[in-house]
Design a protein around this ligand. Structure first.
Ligand SMILES: NC(=O)c1ccc[n+]([C@@H]2O[C@H](COP(=O)([O-])OP(=O)(O)OC[C@H]3O[C@@H](n4cnc5c(N)ncnc54)[C@H](OP(=O)(O)O)[C@@H]3O)[C@@H](O)[C@H]2O)c1
Length: 429
């Protein structure tokens, strides 16, 4: 084995960083065999260097000055595990300017600013790797970016946020109310005290932007992803879905059709026979479809320090190999400009459950609103009588804008008391 040692400067040593430190120590031999060198973490930036961390590292390597880690001439590779936009972005750009490759798990940064990061990596002639940014320990970026180069990916459909999947699983399997399931997720450490990024779909939208960009070779940023969280999912929605043979999941969906990209995150009903329906609790899964491969599914732990650190370590091995052997990995693959389809122009199937007046002519009046907006009904049935009367509908595939206009008109009808449940339906074809 070569005696060469590459020095890693670690920015952030929290859940993922600490797991990475332990993992690199435990797999030293395997890493050296694959890279032809040793990897040593020689500098670590944290907020509080005085904190006891119980890691196989000398205390002297810790600092609260991340810039000094990046600037240290002895540091060969920068590994950014602080998260967020600031100061992570400027530190990464500083590393590129100094000609140092970067490995990061920062989905927020990649989804908002991927273009400028890759430009800076190109200018510095160095690698930017981010396998851990989507799906934690699930290998997704490399398969999409490299292994599937020979495929024209048509659709990526995934459960990419473990917190919301846990909440929806509890609601479906235990009959928990949304607030109780969220509190349970927080107690177990799946959800942060401020769960907004998860439950409002921001985290999933960032991942959707990254997946869409890589799958379709065109830049999609987080703000271009249609986003609807799970806070509005009710026990009624879950009960209706169960009754119909569906489960409710927060899905990230990226599609390419007629050279336009659809990127959206929202709760949806999927049939219990769909492979994603079996993805329970905090697990993640991403379903990739293309004409040659058909369907592929990547499944596993989408978060957690240890699984995520495995993905980071894999990137470090790749980057280290490039430093030892020369060359660079695949850089930015967003080489096309593609239109992002507005949500109103997308097409989908919908489930709608209405509280209605129980008298003759109601169905005809409601069906007329569907018909006049060009939304055709696949199934309709009545439940309950009198004050409890409900009409439930599943539409054929229809344009989102036309469906939303239909719902708006239905809300204004005197025969409709209220909309009890409204969900998109996916995975039927
Ligand atoms: N956790 C997961 O399951 C997971 C999964 C996939 C991706 N990721 C991504 O991985 C990254 C790290 O996540 P994490 O869960 O490990 O975060 P974390 O536990 O909050 O750790 C953040 C680390 O950064 C340090 N830090 C924060 N601000 C700093 C600053 N200004 N200067 C220097 N150090 C600073 C903290 O120092 P102290 O230790 O002193 O507080 C801590 O060590 C994020 O981008 C996250 O999105 C995480």
């Amino acid at each position: 084995m070569s005696e060469r040692t590459l020095s890693v400067g670690l920015l952030g040593c929290g859940n993922v960083g600490a797991a990475l430190v332990r993992l690199l120590a435990a797999h030293e031999g395997d890493i050296a065999q694959r890279t032809g060198c040793r990897l040593a973490i020689t500098r670590v930036a944290v907020r509080d260097p005085s904190r006891e961390r119980d890691l196989p590292l000398d205390r002297a390597v810790f600092t609260d000055d991340p810039g000094s880690v990046v600037d240290d001439p002895a540091v060969d590779i920068v590994c950014e595990l602080i998260g967020g936009l600031k100061p992570a972005r400027s530190l990464i750009l500083r590393a590129f300017a100094a000609g140092k490759p970067v490995v990061t798990a920062n989905k927020e940064l990649l989804a908002n600013d991927g273009r400028s990061l890759f430009d800076a990596a190109d200018a510095g002639g160095v690698d930017l790797y981010f396998e851990a940014a989507v799906g934690g320990g699930i290998p997704l970026i490399r398969p999409l970016k490299e292994s599937l180069t020979g495929e024209r990916i048509a659709r990526v459909l995934g459960i990419v946020n473990g917190t919301t999947n846990y909440i929806l699983t509890r609601m479906a399997e235990d009959g928990s109310a949304y607030d109780d399931a969220l509190a349970e997720a927080q107690r177990l450490g799946y959800a942060e005290a401020d769960a907004t990024a998860d439950v409002d779909g921001f985290d999933a939208a960032a991942k959707c932007a990254i997946l869409a960009s890589i799958a379709f070779n065109a830049r999609v940023v987080a703000s271009e992803v249609f986003r609807e969280g799970i806070a509005g999912v009710t026990s009624q929605d879950i009960a209706d879905a169960t009754k119909l043979g569906y489960v409710v999941k927060l899905l990230a969906i990226a599609e390419l059709e007629d050279d336009a990209i659809t990127a959206r995150v929202h709760p949806a009903m999927i049939p219990t026979s769909h492979p994603l329906a079996a993805v329970r609790d905090a697990y993640n899964a991403v379903f990739v479809e293309g004409p040659s491969i058909g369907q592929l599914m990547f499944y596993g732990r989408g978060a957690g320090g240890e699984p995520t650190a495995v993905a980071v370590a894999g990137d470090l091995v790749t980057v280290a190999r490039h430093l030892v052997q020369g060359g660079r990995g695949v850089g930015c693959t967003c080489v096309y400009e593609r239109r992002i389809r507005p949500m109103d122009d997308t097409r989908g199937q919908y489930y709608l459950n209405l509280h209605v007046e129980d008298r003759p002519g109601v169905l005809a009046e409601i069906a007329d609103r569907f018909g006049s907006n060009g939304v055709s009904i696949e199934r309709v049935w009545q439940e309950g009588f009198g004050d409890e009367a409900m009409l439930a509908f599943v539409t054929h595939r229809a344009q989102e804008g036309a469906f939303q206009k239909t719902v708006q008109e239905l809300r204004e009808l005197s025969v409709v008391r209220d909309v009890a449940s409204l969900l998109r339906v996916e995975g039927e074809e």
